[in-house]
Design a protein around this ligand. Structure first.
Ligand SMILES: *Cc1c(COP(=O)(O)O)cnc(C)c1O
Length: 184
């Protein structure tokens, strides 16, 4: 597992990768790491797989659905309209390896100080410009379910360049066991 994490760090060009039990678990853990709380609004897109919504509901947050555009992914214009004071995170989903207009989404979220989690579950190997998807925001999540690009049977990976997010995920996914430097 540690070798696989290192391989993912190299492949994605991220500082940290953390293996988890599934893509859904990865999204839940990452949302916790982004400090999403009960009642917060988390925006995602209409063309999607249900797991994204399940993860948002499971942590007690409220899923807000934004329509897609010609990319079949999140419409940045529709996103702007759905942002409220309660919006704490946005989850663009790069469906079927097709990239979101991630730079436009980032611009909108940066202005409003909203965190971005890329649901990269279907997107292993997909690039936008010269960088792998999953590497464009605060945190990305990949799935290794048997229906995905590559599989570990079940499994997932959280990727991030943010040390604090990584440390939170590392402890939270393992019963709060102390963050161990030697295995990280
Ligand atoms: C598969 C998938 C997930 C969940 O991954 P699991 O490993 O099956 O839990 C989440 N989001 C999207 C878009 C997916 O396709």
């Amino acid at each position: 597992v540690r070798e696989f994490e290192s391989a993912c760090e190299k492949y994605f060009g991220v500082k940290k990768a953390l293996a988890v039990t599934s893509g859904t678990a990865g999204i839940k853990i990452a949302l916790r790491a982004l400090n999403i709380k009960r009642g917060d609004e988390v925006i995602t897109q209409s063309f999607n797989f249900i797991a994204t919504i399940e993860a948002i509901l499971d942590i007690g947050a409220k899923p807000i659905i934004v329509n897609v555009n010609e990319t079949l992914n999140m419409s940045p214009d529709e996103l702007s309209k759905k942002i409220t004071k309660k919006t704490k995170a946005v989850i663009p989903v790069h469906m079927l390896v097709y990239p979101n207009k991630i730079n436009e989404i980032k611009k909108i979220c940066k202005k409003k100080k909203i965190k971005i989690l890329e649901d990269n579950c279907e997107t292993l190997g997909g690039k936008y410009k010269n960088k792998y998807l999953g590497n464009y925001s605060d945190v990305g999540v990949i799935s290794f379910d048997f229906g995905k690009t590559i599989t570990t049977g079940e499994g997932g990976m959280i990727v991030t360049n943010n040390k604090k997010i990584y440390q939170y995920c590392n402890q939270y996914h393992d019963h709060g066991h102390k963050f161990k430097k030697n295995i990280a």
